[in-house]
Design a protein around this ligand. Structure first.
Ligand code: 7TS
Length: 405
């Protein structure tokens, strides 16, 4: 058996999505900007994909969705455009974000700091979320933008986007949310929340890799990052990737249709897996209240079992998991989100992220439960740090708790 439990990193393309994409590689391959029928033949499919995308997040207008090459591009675009529009060509100098954003936000913020922009990285609480009042207290009259993710990729924790949106509206500050881990997993309604910009990525909800989008409320002004032809109304140049746009639209439509039922099934599997691991393995904890998490995610920490060793053992058992985000897991660093929520350095090296999808089966969950237990016994038997916390005769078992800052 082979079990993929790294769906927060990427997902399988839904066969239905692939089928919808196929005609646009070999048959209807014209450039949609061409005036001949090879080009114009793809227009209805592009319109349909835009409709599927804007309906899925309840945007007010089809013009509010701009396709990009990935969420990394969407995130870069918003931050760099706000810098150009409101800081270089305006009177603002400050951006507010969080310590636990994806590297596509954090690295762009570092770049902007080098250009003289002031950036505040908000800390998270012990649940791994940024509280709305914390956001409020750091907004100044020089703040151009607040960028806070909708849900975290490593913990699945859902941020108080509604309240943060209201604060930004009250203060007259633009609000961007990285919605990559929220869209397709929890209800996302961009009109119910005061969000100016939201980033999305198709490969997180069974669409293809290499296609994303940016929601722009009321098609408001935002300098383009890619200058060129007049694609997407001049907002994002580059020949439209028709098959991928079609795939993203289809994937968004499927993911948000009967979402409650689909997610209830995943949540039940996730809860069963989490309960079984917590029960079977002593000195183990998971991060964040389940009720406030996306339904598919577990970040589990096992005292004395170093994350990379565990991944290696799981990989030998044909199980794909992650220590955090794949983008950062090549270097043997502590899980930054776990450090941010107050875990000590040892515990922050033990985080394993398991993320399910609607294609996960009950048999796969059983397989992971069994393999996980055995892997922990193997690794604890050779763990020097675990030996240190074993009960001495007559002694107390050391508590496995988070230490707060
Ligand atoms: N934002 C968040 C919150 C993400 O989780 C990711 C990918 C991205 C942006 C980047 O999206 P892309 O379309 O540019 O690929 N996150 C992860 C992860 O958690 N593990 O691997 C990739």
């Amino acid at each position: 058996m082979q079990v993929y439990m790294d769906n927060n990193a990427t997902t399988m393309v839904d066969p239905e999505v692939l089928e919808a994409m196929m005609p646009f590689f070999k048959e209807q391959y014209g450039n949609p900007n061409s005036l001949h029928k090879f080009g114009t033949a793809s227009h209805p499919a592009i319109s349909k994909a835009i409709d599927q995308a804007y309906t899925a997040i309840n945007a007010a207008d089809a013009d509010d969705i701009i396709f990009t090459s990935c969420a990394t591009e969407s995130n870069n675009w918003v931050l760099q455009a706000v810098w150009v529009d409101k800081i270089l060509n305006g009177d603002k100098n400050h951006i507010v974000t969080t310590e636990v954003e994806h590297p596509s936000i954090l690295s762009t913020c570092k770049f902007l700091e080098e250009q003289g922009v002031k950036v505040t990285y908000l800390p998270v609480n012990e649940q791994g979320i940024v509280e709305a009042h914390t956001v409020r207290s750091f907004i100044t009259e020089k703040t151009a933008l607040v960028s806070v993710m909708w849900a975290n990729n490593e913990t699945g924790m859902i941020f108080p986007i509604q309240e943060i949106g209201e604060i930004c509206k009250e203060k007259g500050v633009l609000f961007h949310s990285d919605g990559v881990q929220a869209v397709g997993k929890i209800p996302v309604d961009v009109q119910a929340v005061n969000v100016d910009f939201m980033s999305m990525s198709a490969h997180k909800f069974h669409g293809p890799k290499g296609i994303g989008a940016l929601y722009i409320k009321n098609s408001q002004a935002l300098s383009p990052m890619l200058h060129g032809g007049e694609h997407m109304g001049g907002r994002r140049s580059g020949t439209l990737n028709v098959p991928f746009i079609v795939g993203m639209g289809k994937a968004m439509e499927i993911a948000t249709t009967d979402m409650d039922a689909k997610m209830a099934k995943i949540a039940a599997q996730r809860d069963r897996l989490e309960d079984a691991l917590l029960e079977a393995i002593p000195e183990t904890m998971t991060v964040g209240d389940r009720s406030q998490r996306t339904p598919n995610t577990i970040l589990i920490s096992i005292r004395g079992v170093e994350g990379e060793g565990m991944l290696w053992d799981l990989n030998n058992g044909q199980i794909g998991a992650s220590t955090g985000s794949a983008c950062a897991s090549e270097d043997l660093e502590a899980n930054t989100v776990m450090l941010a929520i107050g875990a000590d350095n040892e515990l922050a090296h033990t985080g394993i992220r398991l993320s399910l999808s609607r294609f996960t089966t009950d048999e796969e969950v059983d397989y992971v439960i069994n393999h996980f237990k055995d892997a922990v016994s193997r690794l604890r038997a050779i763990s020097s740090s675990y030996a240190k916390v074993q009960p001495t005769p007559g002694g107390e078992v050391q508590e496995c708790e988070l230490h707060h800052h």
